[in-house]
Write a new protein. Structure first.
Length: 254
């Protein structure tokens, strides 16, 4: 019998480095991911999504460290790159684990999930190439699922905060034009290192918190918050709901 609800853990912006002890803005990505994975019970989630910035500097060792944790959780894990990733290194390491997948599509009861690569080499902002936009249009048109969810790294709308909007998806109008008045119900992404949610033309746009460091939502400066987390997505045949699971970093005493 087909499951009535599919539960997914979306983890984003892990920013892994070479060493287990390496810190990013005061937070330890290795410990944070380890703690999240240890607190996930077996069979709790059907899938995991990693929505980009898996590594901080794209080095092979960072993906190997990540893999050493993810090999302990035997659910299918779907990855897309972020602007900090090195796609060649990411693919060459992670493709050695059969449960880790780097592909552009997943389907389950009532839903098609489309994964988009929004990265541009050596740039922080995102862009969808003409070919990617055409492929997206085609995949939406030919989908026979009742609903579509899109997973990407960069945020495809204006947050109103200049420092974020300098590095969002550059051709967001092209993207929004393709998805509006279609079966796309949810666009879920990372990059902004916090949880944001808004509805535009009846489509829900929602980020996942960062597994590494969090950035305060308001204000002109980048202010780091002492917490980390991930988002769970609960898909039923007709709707999707989400929850953020927050953890607070331990205070380090010297
Ligand atoms: Fe990031």
């Amino acid at each position: 019998m087909e499951k009535t609800q599919i539960k997914i853990a979306q983890l984003s912006d892990l920013h892994f480095l070479e060493e287990k002890t390496s810190l990013m803005q005061g937070s330890n990505p290795y410990n944070n991911l380890n703690s999240i994975v240890k607190n996930i019970s077996p069979n709790e989630y059907d899938y995991m999504f990693l929505s980009g910035d898996i590594s901080e500097n794209g080095c092979t060792r960072s993906y190997e460290l990540l893999q050493s944790i993810l090999d302990g959780i035997q659910i299918p894990i779907y990855c897309i790159p972020g602007n900090h990733d090195n796609k060649d290194n990411m693919l060459s390491v992670l493709s050695n684990s059969s449960h880790i997948k780097i592909c552009d599509r997943l389907s389950f009861s009532g839903w098609d999930i489309l994964f988009l690569d929004t990265t541009v080499a050596n740039e922080t902002f995102g862009l969808l190439s003409k070919e990617s936009l055409e492929k997206l249009r085609f995949n939406i048109e030919k989908s026979d699922a009742a609903n579509i969810c899109i997973v990407m790294h960069h945020h495809p709308y204006e947050t109103g905060v200049a420092r974020f909007d300098r590095v969002n998806l550059r051709n967001l109008a092209d993207f929004q034009n393709i998805i509006q008045n279609t079966k796309v119900r949810l666009v879920t992404f990372g990059h902004v290192h916090n949880y944001y949610s808004m509805t535009l033309n009846s489509i829900l746009y929602e980020s996942a918190p960062a597994v590494s460091f969090q950035l305060k939502q308001k204000g002109a400066d980048l202010v780091v918050e002492n917490k980390y987390g991930f988002k769970e997505l609960l898909f039923s045949a007709t709707a999707v709901h989400s929850n953020c699971i927050w953890n607070h970093n331990e205070v380090l005493h010297h």
